[in-house]
Ligand binder design. Structure first.
Ligand code: HDD
Length: 710
């Protein structure tokens, strides 16, 4: 059953005043002049030249000529939705933030998900990190948690960000490749910058090709501080845990989805919300006491390290629900500006050098992207609280600040706006004690670059490990320089020697025993302290189950797309019972027929076709059901694309169920020889099929699936 759309929030109400609805309205110019022709320019004679006088043409064309703004320098491709955050229990012992203490609040949010490297129009299933940015419109001001779907970052210091991005973006001479990390410049950089290897192995894992934006985790990455009302600080890491679990597609699917539906993730998010299947994530925190700061084998300020959940469990504190799509993509999703510097009392920064640099970069980028220091006045960016200060003017000032004074202190303006006292909720930076030399260097405590990638790899299930090996092999296989591949193989060997051997085999190379030094050039040229080569990996934890998607949730088929393959005469009784069971679990059942329009079942009823086989692909679905009906099956057997459809689903380890004569169709496919596979069902109860769909995939099938030439 679709959930009720109770989407009104203080923020969506605020946005309403800016919405424009042209329904039943007359067309006008931007000055309100009514227009009776928007098709023809003003000419001297029927075939004459266009007149300079034509202000209607000029207004229309000028606006069009300027309707693009620069895309985001990174995270250009993204989709977003409105929703709200609810707190389960107050965490006032850690934080005084209203959002973390008041369980009666429904804090409005706007969340945007993105890929990093591709342009605005790039396909959704690129192998990439996903951005996970949430704007909380709180009563005390806006808090932005600008994270990713991986818990660590590539680099330790913001100073390296332009290098990282220049290396991964299309190469500057020919602007190739689009939305892909599989190229020489990226691996030239990665293989020489060992701090990147942890985030990089995550990017080689299934996490980089999520099944849905609704089925991925989110992380604030940096260690932040929570500040309570006694001004005591605790370190904190933020986690988003999807209610549907974290699931991914295979690389073969990703490549094909990009062709079949480049908007796969965007469409999936949009359609789920339109269907009332609101995406939900629980917010979790890992809290570390001040006095425990140095008890770990890694530095809490190093953003390339995670705190294993085995060491510090995640406490679930609340839930985010996304329940409303934007009204206008450009006005909301494109113009939203996230800034890690947007915080509220009760939350504060740490000295993580990556975070510190971000505090500068995001405000700066909005100035060129949105064009004015007044970007906070754009409707989607306005806080739900009142704002008063002495900042004035600038491009596109939308407010009309009243009064004679724009300075502080003043007496002519009655001293207003006056300063807030702490007791009135003023922000006050945490008074951290600092006694240090001014120095341009990297802390020795950041130098371990191999232990956590190794922990990640050890924690994966066998099928996940295989995907990682395939991903490295694919990516390095796309590089053209042998020296880069070999340097990368050496680095992989420092993480796991078996993994390196597998990848080397695929590349037709050997894993080098040694490589030219130094490999870690992330520190200054004059630093001779021996930090050039990171130390060998340590094993301070054998495995952390939270790092593997084999330990995610497998209890729901909600929003799973089920392709039902039918032609005229399909069995209504088979279809009806399966559809009922699938829809009871909130799955999306789609009829795929040889043609569009409607298709008749064996009870002579017309059914709307969701897609003709010519317009869709197996990779867009999670599972297949084939009801019986001899006439229907005979027709399907005549159409070769059905075989491709079924073989591909089998290759991608998906559940397939058939009823009665439906078995004859799979006998014509690869599936015919593997009917004892645990996710292939012949005349089975719907419950068994449903259970297999909830398990996402039958990864045990991988060795057989690899043989399918689809
Ligand atoms: Fe960033 C955008 C996430 C490091 C500079 N970043 C951006 C977005 C996300 C992240 C999700 C898109 C926000 C949106 O949807 O509009 N970035 C991260 C994370 C990082 C990180 C999780 C490390 C933990 N970023 C980072 C560094 C710098 C930047 C170190 C620069 C020093 N990021 C930017 C930017 C962007 C941006 C250039 C582009 C568009 C924007 O900010 O608004 O300023």
């Amino acid at each position: 059953m679709a959930k009720k759309n109770n989407s009104e929030s203080k923020k969506t109400k605020d946005l309403k005043q800016f919405e424009k609805d042209a329904k039943d309205k007359v067309m006008t110019t931007n000055q309100g002049l009514k227009i009776n022709d928007t098709n023809n320019s003003l000419k001297s004679g029927e075939r004459g030249s266009t007149l300079l006088e034509d202000f209607l043409l000029r207004e229309k064309i000028t606006h069009f000529d300027h309707e693009r703004i620069p895309e985001r320098i990174v995270h250009a491709r993204g989709s977003a939705a409105h929703g709200y955050f609810e707190l389960y229990d107050s965490i006032e012992k850690y934080s005084k933030a209203g959002i973390f203490t008041d369980t009666n609040r429904k804090t409005p949010v706007f969340a945007r998900f993105s890929t990093v490297a591709g342009s605005k129009g790039s396909p959704d299933l690129a192998r990439d990190v996903r951005g996970f940015a949430v704007k909380f419109y709180t009563e005390e001001g806006t808090w932005d948690l600008v994270g990713n779907n991986m818990p660590i970052f590539f680099i330790q210091d913001a100073m390296k960000f332009p290098d990282l991005i220049h290396a991964v973006k299309p190469e500057p001479n020919n602007e190739i490749p689009q939305a892909a990390s599989a190229h020489d410049t990226f691996y030239d950089f990665i293989s020489r910058t060992t701090e990147t290897l942890h985030n990089h192995i995550w990017a080689m894992s299934d996490r980089a090709i999520p099944r849905s934006l609704r089925m991925m985790e989110g992380f604030g990455i940096h260690t932040f501080r929570l500040i309570n009302s006694k001004n005591e600080s605790h370190f904190v890491k933020f986690h988003w845990k999807p209610k549907l679990g974290a699931h991914s597609v295979t690389w073969d699917e990703a490549v094909k989805i990009n062709g079949a539906d480049a908007d796969f993730h965007r469409r999936d998010l949009w359609e789920a919300i339109e269907a009332g299947q609101f995406p939900e994530w629980e917010l979790g925190i890992q809290v570390v006491a001040e006095e425990d700061e140095h008890k770990f084998d890694f530095d809490l300020l190093d953003p390339t390290k995670l705190i294993p959940e085995e060491m510090v469990p995640v406490e679930i504190i609340g839930k985010m629900t996304l329940n409303k799509n934007p009204e206008n993509f450009f006005a909301e999703t494109e113009q939203v500006a996230f800034l890690p510097g947007h915080i509220v009392p009760g939350i504060d920064f740490t000295n993580d050098p990556l975070l510190q640099g971000r505090l500068f970069s995001y405000r700066d980028t909005q100035l060129s992207r949105l064009g004015s220091p007044n970007f906070h006045q754009i409707p989607i960016n306005r806080p739900i609280t009142n704002t008063h200060n002495n900042q004035r003017d600038g491009h596109m000032q939308m407010d009309i600040p009243k009064g004679q004074t724009a300075y502080f202190p003043n007496s002519l303006g009655g001293g207003c706006p006056h300063l807030a006292k702490m007791s009135e909720g003023a922000f006050h930076s945490y008074e951290e004690r600092i006694d240090a030399k001014k120095i341009r260097t990297r802390s020795e405590s950041f130098s371990d670059h191999y232990s956590q990638p190794a922990l990640f790899y050890r924690s994966l299930a066998d099928w996940e490990k295989e995907h990682v090996a395939d991903a490295y092999t694919f990516e390095l296989g796309k590089c053209t320089h042998k020296s880069i591949k070999e340097r990368m193989l050496y680095q992989i060997a420092q993480i796991d020697s078996d993994l390196a051997k597998k990848v080397a085999k695929g590349l037709g190379l050997n894993v080098p025993e040694n490589i030219e030094q130094p490999v870690n050039q992330a520190i200054g040229a004059d630093d001779n302290s021996g930090k050039q080569q990171p130390p060998k990996k340590k094993n301070y934890l054998e495995r952390d189950n939270a790092l593997s998607q084999a330990h995610t949730k497998f209890d729901s088929i909600a929003t799973r797309q089920i392709a039902v393959l039918v032609a005229e005469g399909f069995s209504m009784s088979d279809y009806k019972s399966m559809k009922k069971a699938l829809e009871a679990g909130d799955a999306m059942v789609k009829l795929i027929a040889p043609h569009g329009g409607t298709v008749k079942c064996d009870e002579n009823m017309d059914h709307d076709v969701d897609a003709s086989i010519m317009t869709t692909e197996s990779v867009l679905f999670d599972a297949i059901y084939i009801p019986g009906g001899q006439q229907s099956i005979d027709k399907l057997k005549d159409e070769p694309k059905y075989k491709k459809f079924i073989n591909e689903a089998f290759k991608h380890c998906k559940a397939i169920a058939v009823a009665n004569e439906g078995e004859h169709l799979i006998d014509d496919t690869f599936v015919g020889d593997y009917k004892d596979d645990k996710a292939i069902f012949i005349n089975a109860k719907p419950e068994a099929f449903i259970d297999a769909i909830a398990k996402h995939r039958n990864w045990e099938r991988m060795p057989i699936a690899a043989k399918v030439p689809a």
